[in-house]
Design a protein around this ligand. Sequence first.
Ligand SMILES: Cc1cc2nc3c(=O)[nH]c(=O)nc-3n(C[C@H](O)[C@H](O)[C@H](O)COP(=O)(O)OP(=O)(O)OC[C@H]3O[C@@H](n4cnc5c(N)ncnc54)[C@H](O)[C@@H]3O)c2cc1C
Length: 301
Amino acid sequence: LGDIAIARYGAPYLHLHRADLQHVLAQRAQAAGADLRLGVAVARVGPDGGVQLETGEALVFDLVLAADGVRSSVRQHWFDGAAPRFTGQAAWRALVPRELAQPSPAGVTVWAGPQRHLVAYDLGPNRGLNLVAVTERSAWVEPDWRQRGDPQELRAAFADFPAAARRLLEPVADCQFWGLFDHAPLPHWVRGKIALLGDSAHPMLPFLAQGAAMAIEDAAILGLCLQADPEIETALARYQRQRRPRTARVQAVSRANAKLFHAAGLRASLQHGAIALVNHMAPGLGQARLDWVYGWRPALD
Ligand SMILES: Cc1cc2nc3c(=O)[nH]c(=O)nc-3n(C[C@H](O)[C@H](O)[C@H](O)COP(=O)(O)OP(=O)(O)OC[C@H]3O[C@@H](n4cnc5c(N)ncnc54)[C@H](O)[C@@H]3O)c2cc1C
């Protein structure tokens, strides 16, 4: 987005490696006095604030935030009981050293084709080029993102894509491959002292690139709600009321983007051509469609 992001939203559009983001968040949390305990599995939580660790240790808190991801066991146990749904989409992910991916595309580059798309962007000098390649699959694909993918299969799936895209896939020596899951918006995110946050509350397809952004927004609003109201129950009710409509909209648009990215034939030519034309002729106009996403500011309603 370059200058457009700064002009429209007063901030640059940045790409971060997940580990770098976690590092920054962990540092700030510890500086604020948080006691971080890593590598500890939680066995059970309860609406009374009870938390039982796999080690057997039992703890009690005023508030339990279940940020346990798309396959949240807390959501399944205490909220709707339903597993996330397989979306019929699966992703390969690979990091390619910058020197092997020349010429490196500027900014975020997306190549879209029937039932597939490929996204490439640079994560900085020490991280390399991030590649996410999505394909439609009618058969079930396991949800674990750590599963090994086959680089040959990845290249074969995009063999008819433009040379610039294929060139980036050539050096891929190692990749992951896993199924993408989402979930219909939940009616409730709060039960007693438990509140869901992030993917546990609103699992979504990554086709608006907003999953982690929504988790951070959740945290910002929850913080404001807790500051504004000494009663945790009231603060949590306000948090759910404020966050649910926005995240439900992002979930819906992310799902709809699958159709847009993976369109075929005349429909694809018309849709993709119109987007390219607007972006070229009037970049600000095209971007205005996404002002509701990027122009958001953390404030209480
Ligand atoms: C291909 C792809 C591309 C994406 N691109 C973007 C993007 O560009 N921008 C963006 O904003 N988002 C993006 N996302 C979405 C983003 O990755 C997620 O929305 C984000 O990771 C959600 O964060 P979370 O903390 O809620 O859950 P997670 O990141 O899934 O973290 C949950 C954590 O809880 C832990 N956990 C689970 N159960 C337990 C337990 N019982 N005890 C202890 N720990 C437990 C897990 O180990 C995990 O560490 C993308 C996703 C995919 C799949």
